[in-house]
Design a protein around this ligand. Sequence first.
Ligand code: NAD
Length: 252
Amino acid sequence: MSHLFDLAGKTAIVTGANTGLGQGIALALADAGAAVSLVGRSAPDETVEKIKAMGGACCTVKADLSSVDAIDDIITATRDQLGGLDILVNNAGIIQRNDAIDFTMEEWDSVLNVNLRTVFFLSQAFARACVDASQGGKIINIASMLSYRGGIRVPSYTASKSGLMGLTRALANEWAGKGINVNAIAPGYFATNNTAALQADPKRSAEILGRIPAGRWGQPKELGGAAVFLASDASDYVHGTTLPVDGGWLSR
Ligand code: NAD
């Protein structure tokens, strides 16, 4: 069975791969044999070092994903440097916390732009490149528990991640017939910068841990298996689904 999960000869774009879940996913894809294009606004030095240490291949593309301006460059630079385009992981994302009653337009737009608008147009550019090359592809969106639930004090984040789960289904409906799999992973509560405020708040942290059956925060490398599955031939007949990796949180 192991060849089903083999990514040798494949090229993957991972956005926001310098840290956190993006780094965990990039390392897992590289470990499975993919060459990885590390895309983001901060230099992913540590990720590059770790991929090189395992004998893997990667390139870096500097891009601010708060606008769609860098999309053409991401596609072209990846193909030029790594010679292909097979997998896109839309991981980069931000969160803004404020009471809904006080929420500003900047807090709304900044989150929707990175978490949804750029994700759609980057996915479109990736799908066009796949169609032009007469090949299939794999798109993996990083959703959230707030694709399913409302959350507290994060209205733009909830809107973006709930929208992302819907977008995953919508794109799968249109692109499955072109051999492009569009799926999502919904991480539960993982120990990263994104959740630093929650981890540091003793009350919220205890509430969160109290309803995770696994009884602990997830570690970024624990998303690797789901990412490799959805990036590989093993998931060729999986379309439009969102796979929770949540320590059981949604089952409570
Ligand atoms: P993180 O803050 O450590 O990483 C976010 C990444 O996105 C970083 O690489 C950052 O540089 C990049 N990024 C943000 N804005 C960008 C921009 N304008 N241009 C380019 N890159 C940008 O957080 P994380 O927890 O690793 O988050 C990764 C993804 O996982 C996000 O989409 C987040 O919403 C999602 N997520 C995280 C958790 C969790 O528990 N940590 C749970 C569910 C979903």
